[in-house]
Design a protein around this ligand. Structure first.
Ligand code: DMJ
Length: 613
């Protein structure tokens, strides 16, 4: 140190500096320090940004890059219409099994080859299959269904005790409850099925029966605030007295009732929607930053205090119908649109996480907002498709992050302002759809589990911020996740909470929408791999069955074929492979059970008659 000091003292010090009592040593220290800071500023962008107050300088370009295609034959050699035909064959196999072994009961039990009453007892598989039959041009099957529908008595439920108890079936039969029909399931499967089949076939009897059914359901709204009760007795019109309800059950009927009002001209159907939307709109959802909570109270008309937020079980279609009601009735209901954009932005900044080792993007639930469970449900896999649909159909102004209402507050949500929201929504859709698919690819059966639990993870919005501040190297985080085999020590980022596969549609629904919106053939390829896995692992001699264990090929099947398999899973696969655009997204909106309803515009008379603002 002594020699270092004396060396510098041998230089002559200018008079001015000497007068200011600044030595040459001070000058040299100053120059060296300045050069050091300058180097950091230039070579470490993260550092340079962190020491600024981050002035807003425009949008960060988001380049998602190409998805990695699964190995396959070259694109131009694929016979897509042949593949669509394979799905049609699968539908016929399942529906034939239902007709022969289960009708007029609700569902086929595809292992024991008999039927079971599960939802109202009016033969739900028949109603849920109508729109798929029409799209597949299965006219004989459709013709056989019409007289059954014409004669159906919707006044009483036909549920009775199951003949045998299945393993895992712990719910005791309750004769009183069996007289009540669940509103949500009845609307999405029966009412939605009838209305969609009417729109596709113009068979007037279908509209008439839809209106009859809605009349039988009307008592469900006889609650203090007009929120639908969980269930109703269709014979007496009495609503169930359960006070607790969930978002999905109270806010998944708008599409069906708006279309019914439009087709029948009946104001009462429109009023049901207005009342519930008024409750939703007038809540100041401060604690949840504008996102509708999962749990509600029918008696008070208020959300419960749990603060639970989710796009999965119990909430999913409540969010889905915000966007879809806006689209169905000619894009005029701005409140629905705003609620939808707010919801997505809250999800993007608070419920989306990236897994630590593989970089899988997942959406989870939380209660309250900062207390994530890190569960990722198959049910949530509809969400990437919904995001893609929004990007495809909404006007650019909806994504304008200067003028749209700010849904969320706090540091994490502030990051949203650096992105074009349209690009950001599509990026999230891509990352999530890839994870949903990866859940299938990870299993030896090729079919995905119902619920997984992630081993922690970082908020996606924070990872995006690091990526942005670090110079935006490569693709943004959460987009191209690593396969299990690419992770060192083979330690996976998640474990299985439910290893069942319940023939659910959500992942193939998102594959279909991602294909339609991006035109990237990889989504078709992935859908094909899923279809092949279904053929291999779920097919029985009479239909297709849910799996107990996706980790175990060949393990005994669950003996259960839910009607949504024919309404949704097979329909989305068929549309994914079909080269014709049978259901253009700018002319039709799928209800949550995949029954397409045609988009319409209210006339000025209807505005007046229904009191539409
Ligand atoms: C379907 O009945 C509907 O999509 C509903 O909205 C939730 N999920 C089931 C199938 O998983």
């Amino acid at each position: 140190m002594a020699s270092f000091t004396s060396k510098f003292q041998s230089f002559s010090t200018p008079n001015t500096l000497r007068r200011l009592q600044i030595s040459r040593r001070h000058v040299i220290y100053g120059v060296v320090s300045f050069a050091f800071v300058l180097a950091l500023y230039n070579f470490l962008p993260a550092f340079s940004h962190a020491y600024h107050n981050e002035p807003f300088t425009g949008k960060v370009p988001l380049r998602p890059g190409k998805s990695q295609p699964p190995p396959t034959v070259p694109e131009d050699m694929i016979d897509w219409s042949g593949r669509a035909n394979e799905v049609k064959k699968a539908f016929r196999h399942a529906y034939y099994g239902y007709e022969v072994y289960a009708a007029p009961m609700d569902n086929l039990r595809p292992v024991s080859n008999d039927g079971i009453q599960e939802i109202d007892g009016w033969g739900v598989t028949l109603y849920d299959s109508l729109s798929t039959m029409l799209l597949m041009e299965l006219h004989d099957e459709f013709a056989r269904a019409l007289p059954v529908i014409e004669q159906q008595d919707f006044s009483k439920t036909l549920i009775f005790p199951p003949k045998t108890q299945e393993p895992g079936d712990h719910i005791a039969f309750d004769a009183h409850k069996a007289q009540f029909i669940p509103f949500f399931e009845t609307v999405i499967r029966y009412l939605g099925g009838l209305l969609s089949a009417y729109a596709l076939s113009h068979e007037f009897i279908l509209l008439k029966r839809a209106d009859d059914l809605a009349t039988k359901l009307s008592g469900v709204f006889d609650t203090p605030h007009g929120m639908p009760a969980y269930s109703v007795n269709p014979l007496t019109g009495q609503p169930s007295n359960r006070t607790h309800t969930i978002l999905a059950e109270m806010a998944t009927f708008q599409l069906e009732y708006l279309y019914l009002a439009r087709m029948t001209g009946k104001k009462e159907h429109h009023d049901r929607v207005t009342k519930v939307m008024d409750i939703i709109k007038h809540k100041t959802l401060v604690d949840t930053y504008g996102m509708l909570p999962t749990e509600w109270n029918v008696t008070t008309g208020q959300p419960e205090i749990t603060g639970h937020l989710s796009v999965g079980a119990n909430a999913d279609s409540g969010h889905e119908y915000l966007l879809k009601s806006y689209l169905l009735s000619g894009k005029v209901d701005k409140i629905n649109l705003e609620l939808y954009v707010q919801t997505v932005n809250t999800v993007l900044s608070s419920l989306l996480y990236v897994s630590p080792r593989r970089g899988l993007l997942y959406v989870t639930d939380a209660a309250p907002i900062n207390n994530a469970t890190h569960q990722f449900e198959h049910l949530s896999c509809f969400f990437p498709g919904l995001l893609a649909l929004g990007v495809h159909t909404l006007p650019d102004a909806a994504f304008d992050n200067e003028s749209s209402p700010k849904a969320v507050s706090g540091n994490d949500a502030d990051e949203l302002k650096y992105y074009d929201w349209k690009e950001l929504h599509l990026l999230a859709a891509q990352g999530l759809a890839e994870s949903c698919y990866q859940m299938y690819e990870d299993e030896p059966t090729g079919l995905g589990p119902d619920v997984v639990l992630f081993d922690g993870g970082e908020l996606w919005i924070r990872e995006l911020k690091k990526w942005r501040q670090g110079g935006m190297e490569g693709t943004p985080p959460g987009i191209h996740a690593k396969k299990m085999t690419e992770v060192r020590h083979g330690v996976d980022d998640y474990g299985l909470l439910s290893q069942r596969y319940l023939l659910r549609p959500e992942t193939v629904e998102s594959m279909f929408l991602m294909w339609k919106v991006t035109g990237d053939v990889v989504w078709r390829e992935r859908g094909w791999r899923i279809f092949q896995a279904l053929e291999k692992e779920a097919k029985t001699s009479t239909g297709y069955s849910s799996l107990y264990d996706v980790t175990n090929p060949g393990y005994p099947l669950m003996n259960d074929m839910p009607s949504y398999f024919l309404a949704e899973t097979l329909k989305y696969l068929y549309l994914l492979f079909n080269d014709k655009d049978l259901v253009p997204l700018d002319r039709w909106v799928f209800n949550t059970e995949a029954h397409p309803l045609p988009i319409f515009n209210w006339s000025s008379w209807e505005h007046k008659k229904f009191g539409i603002a």
